[in-house]
Design a protein around this ligand. Structure first.
Ligand SMILES: NC(=O)c1ccc[n+]([C@@H]2O[C@H](COP(=O)([O-])OP(=O)(O)OC[C@H]3O[C@@H](n4cnc5c(N)ncnc54)[C@H](O)[C@@H]3O)[C@@H](O)[C@H]2O)c1
Length: 271
């Protein structure tokens, strides 16, 4: 292997590249030698090779974008996402159903050695409690059937859609790994803690300022920057990660580790 972190000769498709984590990832992938094509609702600035305007929550729009994507795709970075303030149905469409539709539709254009990298969240850490239901959703065929399944569920399960959609991304990442590796394609995700991006004011509105502050103060004591997540995404999509698949990598300054080992103090959330 030459430099295992380089993307020379690799064509990459990335959603959500216009701001935040996506924009930082476009820059880093380009520096690493990739040809980066961006799908977003907002125009992209910076070094992308092309921009396709599309709404990841709209099936027809995703299909129109797919028709514009040419040639082999060696890396798919599913980064676009919206907060719970936008309503459960929209959130499930953008954060999971559109992501799944784009991914499944592109697999035939992804040669051996390609990789899918998703952005989930620590907000999706509750998946073990909903595994049966999430696998029911994963068993639905396509965007419309997935949406019908979501609309038939109780609010108790789906809530505002944000946490549940990210649980679905984490389980999808694990569940697809076995079949895809047999086709030479890897799939992984990152699970970030709170990041200082344009989405943050809406997270404060939907989750509460107290929850965000508690999450950071239980570990590192500050929000992260998008540039602290892009390197993990770029690594997972690179040839250097050739034996890593089905993994949800916490980029959360230790929050998940502390939670799993019983070191998180929930009293800071009370009152
Ligand atoms: N900011 C955080 O605290 C945080 C924490 C964990 C996970 N995340 C996840 O990180 C990802 C990137 O978010 P960010 O923090 O960079 O926020 P951001 O709002 O800066 O970036 C989101 C990007 O997605 C695009 N987008 C939104 N809706 C779209 C749609 N329907 N179709 C296509 N593109 C769309 C936006 O235009 C934007 O470019 C999201 O999936 C988000 O859920 C964010």
């Amino acid at each position: 292997m030459s430099d295992p972190f380089r993307y020379d000769g690799r064509r990459v498709l990335l959603t959500g590249g216009s701001s935040g984590v996506g924009a930082a990832t476009v820059r880093l992938l380009t520096d690493a030698g990739a040809e980066v094509h961006v799908i977003d609702v907002k125009p992209v600035e910076g070094p992308a090779a092309s921009f396709i305007e599309a709404d990841m929550g709209d099936l027809a729009s995703v299909d129109a974008a797919l028709a514009k994507v040419e040639g082999p795709i060696h890396g798919l970075f599913n980064i676009a996402g919206i907060p719970g303030t936008r309503g459960a149905s929209s959130v499930m469409k953008v954060n999971f159903l559109g992501l799944r539709h784009l991914t499944e539709s592109l697999l035939d254009r992804m040669p051996e050695g390609s990789a899918v990298v998703n952005v989930a969240s620590i907000a999706g850490g509750g998946w073990p409690g909903h595994l049966t239901q999430i696998q029911e959703l994963l068993a639905t065929d396509g965007f419309a059937n997935g949406l019908a399944w979501c609309e038939a569920q109780s609010e108790d399960l789906i809530g505002d859609g944000y946490g549940f959609s990210k649980e679905c991304v984490q389980v999808y990442t694990m569940q697809r790994a076995k079949e895809l590796i047999q086709r030479g394609i890897r799939i992984n995700s990152i699970c970030p803690g709170p990041i200082e991006t344009g989405i943050m004011p809406e997270f404060k509105a939907s989750m509460g300022v107290k929850t965000i502050e508690w999450t950071v103060n239980e570990v590192i004591g500050r929000l992260s920057q998008p540039e602290e997540h892009a390197p993990a995404l770029v690594f997972l999509g690179s040839p250097g990660a050739s034996y890593i698949s089905g993994h949800n990598l916490a980029t959360d300054a230790g929050f998940t580790g502390a939670m799993t080992t019983g070191q998180i103090d929930f009293s800071g959330l009370a009152g």
